[in-house]
Structures are given as C-alpha cells and as structure tokens.
Design a protein. Sequence first.
Length: 220
Amino acid sequence: MPGETTARQQMLNKAIALVFLLVAMGAGYIKIGLPPVLIVGGSGVAAFALWQGSYLKRPSDPSVILPLFLLTVAALDVHMAEEYLTKFGPAMSRLFDISWTEQSFLLIFAFAGPCLYALTALGLYYRIPLAGFLAWFIFIGPGVAEFTHFIFPLLKPALDPTLPAAITATVSNGRLVAEMPNYWIGATGRYYFPGLYTAALPMIPGIYAIIRLAGRRGRT
C-alpha cells in the first residue's frame, strides 16, 4: 500500500498546478478571449479543490482511476471530432466576438491535448500527484462543462446575429477569423451547436468518475 504524499511534495505539486492554470488561462485570454478563460478557470478551480482532498494526499490505485480517465478521454476525442467538423471554434468566435480559429482549435485539442492526456495517463500509472490534478481537470471539464453545448444555440451571437450565412470578419481583439457559422436558433430555426450531439459522451464517464472518486476520499 503506497504511503501518503508528504507535506513538502503536496506544496510543490500545488504550486505546479497553480502555475499550469495561470499559464493556460493567460494564454487562452491573449490568443482567444474571455470565454475559454472562464471555462478553464472554473474547471481548474473545481479540480484543484477536489484534488487537494483526495488524490494529492494519497494517489489512487491506477486500476481505479486510470480506466475512468482513458474512457473519458476516448469519449472526448469523439466529441471533438464533431466539434471540428462543424467548426466549433469559429462558431464560438461569432457567438462571443473572440478569435477562436480552426487552427487554434486543432493546436489545442488535436496536438497539445493528446500529448497532455498521454503524460497524465503515465503519471496516473506511477501515482504521480500532479497527474491526479490533470485527471480531475478532464473529469470536470468534459464531465460538467459540456452541458454548455445545450445553452449555446439559445444565445444571440455578438456578430451579425440575424444573418444565417457564415461570415469572415475581424473580431474585437483585431484578429481575422474566417468562415464563422451562425448556429443561433433565432436565425436558423434549428436547435444545434457544434458538439451538441456527442456532448453527453464524455459527460457520462466524467461525471461517473467524479462521483466514484469523490466517494473514495481518504482511501487508495
């Protein structure tokens, strides 16, 4: 049975987790805009709180947390495929007047994301405390935050809300975003937003993981 994480190790891992959050939020704000910061920040703060009371103190048995993590990531990959095919980034850009291009979507979710997921899985296998934070972050993001897909079609876009056709325009931060589709139900008459059909896929294992792991606090 593994021992508990020492107080010094806990402080070091907390510091690294906070730096990760601040860098991710700062980069998101500079490159894209405020909405991603709210999503990342909200998920990160919740993950940090739950992680402190569970995995950080005593890393979970890999046989418990690792399958839940991999299942959530696999479902998330399917979900992101739908988002990419229906232009989630540009749609968010039109909705909130931000610069979430297809290129930045791919860089984040198709390249940086899988690298982070692989390292997290390796860390969970070896019971590295920081890996638990990243796992909680993924559980809460797809596990909870994906419900926003069901709200987005009801929101009036900030850019040309009544024009159903896609537009190419310079957004508020001065960046040009191409082919921004409009998914507002008021303009299209259709209740849909990129990723809506598969939003529940990562939510199911993500929420299950939160419930199961929260119930195992203080145990390995």
